[in-house]
Design a protein around this ligand. Structure first.
Ligand code: BGN
Length: 355
């Protein structure tokens, strides 16, 4: 009997120990559960401040398309890692840069950059960009300039931690050049590829010489090329909006995009400025030092002579802007090409009306 009670006491102690171990285990599980729950609760809900409208893209796009989910937090495929939003000030910026057009440049290193994907697409692997930026370059017959642009711009844009794509919009044929219409085409075509909410419109011959000049969108339309060497590093006039500018999708749609009827050099950027001010917007600009940029020198193109109609056109922006713009854009795609450095789209934008 005594032996029985002795064994029973041992059994009781073992049971008690088991209960204690279970309680500890349960507590650890509860603590872990609560900690994970509060981490999840801290992940911000997606806030897309820059775009709300549906895209204009037709559904019949044959090029590859992708659309990421939330901009703030993203779980990159494969490594199951939760990424946070990129900081307001990118940490790897260098400030003033050396940009030189006297020596030819080679693109072989860039072409091997595994972080660039087909079509000149990049997104930082370390964080989720705040904006999705389409860079639109109107183009014709400037291969050498494009080479410099790609050589200098890709590393800058990557240090700026942008989620971006480069679109070169080439005017086909030998009709007079139409810069603003090509920019409208770029906007429309870029949206067939990805859910871009910011558009940077850049001439192919302009390179910033300070990477703190961020190629993204702001609360107001942004003029980025504010201190060009060609103008003695000054703004030529206060309303100047040419060279490089950025508009969010919302800002762009508010002005019905750009005019389609400026054939030849000049005035289309002043028309855009008028549109912005008639819609109550102001121009945001970087500091004069940060906004310095260099232009590749060249002779005026034969097919881009000064447009004699520009003076009358810019005096009529108020009457024409609602009917002439992205809402009335007509063109046809003649061909396209994707490399790791850009998407090139060749387009027929029609003919200038004869006077
Ligand atoms: C202005 C042009 C702009 C051009 C800048 C800088 C016109 C309109 C008639 C006054 N505007 O004179 O289009 O970007 O020069 O070159 O010509």
């Amino acid at each position: 009997m005594a032996e029985f009670y002795g064994n029973f006491g041992g059994l009781q102690r073992t049971c008690s120990l088991l209960v204690v171990v279970c309680v500890i285990h349960l507590s650890v599980v509860i603590v872990f559960y609560l900690r994970n729950f509060s981490t999840l609760a801290r992940i911000p809900t997606p806030v897309l401040s820059l775009q709300h409208e549906p895209t204009l893209a037709p559904e019949n796009s044959t090029r590859n398309s992708s659309a990421l989910g939330t901009p703030e937090v993203d779980i990159r495929q494969g490594d199951n890692q939760t990424l946070q939003e990129c900081p307001e000030t990118p940490p790897r910026l260098e400030g003033p840069l050396h940009v030189d057009f006297s020596e030819p440049v080679k693109l072989d290193k860039l072409l091997k950059n595994p972080e660039l994907s087909l079509g000149g697409r990049y997104m930082p692997s370390e964080c989720v960009s705040q904006q999705k930026v389409a860079i639109i370059i109107p183009f014709r017959d400037r291969e050498m300039h494009l080479k410099y642009w790609l050589y200098y711009m890709h590393p800058i844009l990557q240090r700026q931690q942008l989620d971006y794509g480069v679109f070169v919009i080439e005017q086909d044929g030998d009709e007079t050049f139409n810069r603003a219409k090509l920019l409208n085409v770029g906007y429309n075509e870029a949206l067939k590829e990805y859910d871009y909410n910011c558009f940077v419109f850049s001439d192919v011959d302009l390179i910033p010489i300070d990477d703190r000049n961020l190629y993204k969108c702001y609360d107001q339309p942004r003029h980025l090329s504010v201190a060009m060497d060609k103008f003695g590093f000054q703004l030529p006039y206060n309303q100047y909006f040419g060279g490089v500018s950025s508009l969010s999708k919302e800002q762009y749609l508010k002005i019905n995009g750009f005019p389609n009827n400026y054939w030849g050099w000049g005035g289309e950027d002043d028309d855009v400025y008028n549109r912005l001010s008639f819609r109550g917007m102001t121009i945001s600009r970087p500091d004069h030092n940060i906004g310095k940029c260099k232009m590749i020198r060249h002779a005026r193109d034969k097919l881009n002579q000064p447009n004699p109609q520009r003076f009358t056109r810019i005096s009529r922006t108020r009457e024409t802007m609602d009917t002439d713009g992205i809402s009335s854009l007509e063109y046809s795609v003649v061909g396209w090409e994707k490399t790791r450095l850009y998407t090139k789209i060749v387009v027929d934008v029609g003919k200038a009306p004869h006077l």
